[in-house]
Design a protein around this ligand. Structure first.
Ligand SMILES: Cc1cc2nc3c(=O)[nH]c(=O)nc-3n(C[C@H](O)[C@H](O)[C@H](O)COP(=O)(O)OP(=O)(O)OC[C@H]3O[C@@H](n4cnc5c(N)ncnc54)[C@H](O)[C@@H]3O)c2cc1C
Length: 461
């Protein structure tokens, strides 16, 4: 049987699946229970998650049992670790939650970690730090390791160290057919290709073996400038970033910060321009490189200094509390002087915009190297990400404004988007060019013949 239609929460297949699961696995949470409420909480409150039930998996075999019983009942299965990347309501699906898969060991001799699918980057950073080792993580340590790595992963070491999923040695994964497998460069290499960028389309990862490069400290942080300095800062960044060696990873963000206590006083309630900088070479050389940006104006906050890698989350200082947001993303081929002027016209402090943040990340460097995998945009020079506060009443306005920005920058954009930031209609087509989508579809037919994984729906239907 192939699952093709969405199932109603109150339907017979859903009830059959919940009954069978309750008899077979230890922790099944149904709507109205404390466990269900806790595990369906997400970081983005604009996307409530409403599966027919949540299986809080305690090992890979429970994940396998869930996939097999759901397939028999004709119900799809979704996966969530932290709720930082939720893209849909999961209506009619069973949700496998991985929070209880929390194993974490670091082997300092082999410079490798084994990480359960429910673990967040913060725990890995902390466990690796005493050995002078570092996971190549994303901007926020609160994000989950498995969700991040299955999207490739582009973080504050992206240019110096490359795509985070390049550091995966092996995934332990339960494929859609309910079989526990190990995928590596030598075991199921096709599956390994698809898991690095294909998100949850082929299976539910239960553990990751990850290489940890030696990075004890970096010269990093952020320069926060007032709105009055926005024009020279953005103009300087556009030229300066282009000249940086690969040991530097940088991004620029225009932020309209709310007047709330969680924002530090010098920045609270202000529109600011933030330049993030992480340099893995000699700190004096990093300071010399940054001199050109520091010279543009008097930053409101200058946090760039030698810092332990354990503090890497301070570079982007992403918000930790859940909030409702509407997000969008696209790639740029070029952020030269013309694109910079258009960017300022579109998102500069003088323009009324509901976006909390419009960010340009410089890519390139080591990101361009590494194995072929389902992450398809290694050669993109820049990515743009927008996020606006979006309660139902404002969602259309924020989405419309994001389209205004994307259309304005269209002359410099290129097709595609990174899977980790992709949301909304058509995200799959943007994340995966046709040949990559076709290969993922073929793998999905092999490893998930019934089409039980919700994440493969766009590839299969
Ligand atoms: C504050 C913030 C900062 C971010 N910074 C970066 C960044 O610097 N670079 C970057 O690349 N991304 C970044 N992201 C995006 C983030 O990597 C994705 O949203 C990622 O999917 C989150 O994974 P999660 O497990 O925490 O979230 P979840 O919502 O739990 O999972 C999201 C998706 O990941 C997949 N997934 C999760 N667990 C598994 C599993 N066990 N097996 C298979 N698939 C799974 C599924 O498709 C799932 O729908 C950021 C997101 C936030 C909210």
């Amino acid at each position: 049987m192939t699952i093709t239609t969405p199932i109603d929460a109150g339907s017979r297949p859903a009830a059959d699946a919940v009954r069978a699961l309750t008899a077979a696995v230890t922790r099944v949470h149904t709507p109205g229970t404390e466990g269900y409420a806790r595990l369906t909480t997400t970081q983005n409150l604009a996307t409530p998650v409403q599966p027919v039930a949540v299986v809080e998996a305690t090992d890979a075999h429970e994940v396998a049992t869930t996939l097999r019983l759901a397939a028999e009942a004709g119900v799809r299965v979704a996966v969530q670790g932290t709720g930082h990347g939720v893209t849909e309501a999961m209506t009619g699906a069973v949700l496998v939650h991985t929070a209880a898969l929390d194993e974490l060991t670091v082997d300092p001799v082999r410079r490798r970690a084994r990480i359960g699918a429910g673990v967040r980057w913060s725990a890995v950073i902390e466990a690796a730090a005493p050995h002078g080792l570092a996971p190549v993580c994303g901007s926020s340590p609160h994000v989950g390791v498995a969700g991040f790595l299955t999207g490739g992963g582009v973080g504050p070491l992206a240019r110096s160290h490359g795509l985070s999923s390049d550091y995966v040695e092996a995934f332990e994964v339960v494929t859609g057919d309910g079989v526990v497998r190990r995928a590596s460069r030598t075991e199921h290499p096709d599956l390994f290709w698809g898991l690095r960028g294909g998100k949850g389309a082929l299976g539910i990862v239960t553990a990751v073996e990850l290489d940890l490069p030696p990075v004890a400290q970096v010269y990093g942080g952020a320069l926060w400038f007032a709105a009055e300095d926005a024009t020279p800062v953005v103009r300087t960044w556009g030229v300066w970033a282009d000249l940086l060696p690969a040991a530097a990873t940088t991004s620029l963000a225009v932020l309209r910060l709310p007047d709330l206590e969680l924002v530090p006083p010098p920045l609270r309630g202000r529109t600011v321009v933030c330049v993030r900088f992480v340099w893995t070479g000699d700190p004096d050389e990093g300071a010399e490189l940054l001199r050109a940006v520091r010279a543009v104006g008097q930053p409101l906050v200058d946090s760039v200094a030698v810092m332990p890698y354990a503090a890497i989350g301070a570079v982007h200082a992403d918000p930790e509390d859940p909030m409702p947001t509407s997000e969008s993303t696209f790639l740029l081929e070029d952020f030269g002087p013309e694109a910079v002027e258009r960017f300022l016209d579109l998102v500069g402090p003088h323009v009324p915009s509901p976006q909390l943040m419009v960010e340009v990340r410089q890519l390139g460097g080591k990101l361009r190297e590494g194995d072929d995998c389902a992450f398809a945009h290694r050669d993109a020079p820049y990515s743009v990400f927008t996020a606006g506060f979006a309660i139902p009443e404002t969602a259309d306005v924020v989405g419309g404004d994001a389209r205004r920005i994307a259309q304005g920058l269209a002359p410099w954009s290129r097709a595609g988007a990174m899977p980790n930031f992709s949301t909304g209609a058509g995200w799959l087509e943007r994340a995966y060019p046709a040949p990559v989508a076709a290969r993922l579809r073929e793998l999905s037919l092999t490893y998930d013949p019934a089409g039980v994984l919700l994440a493969a729906r766009g590839l299969r239907d």
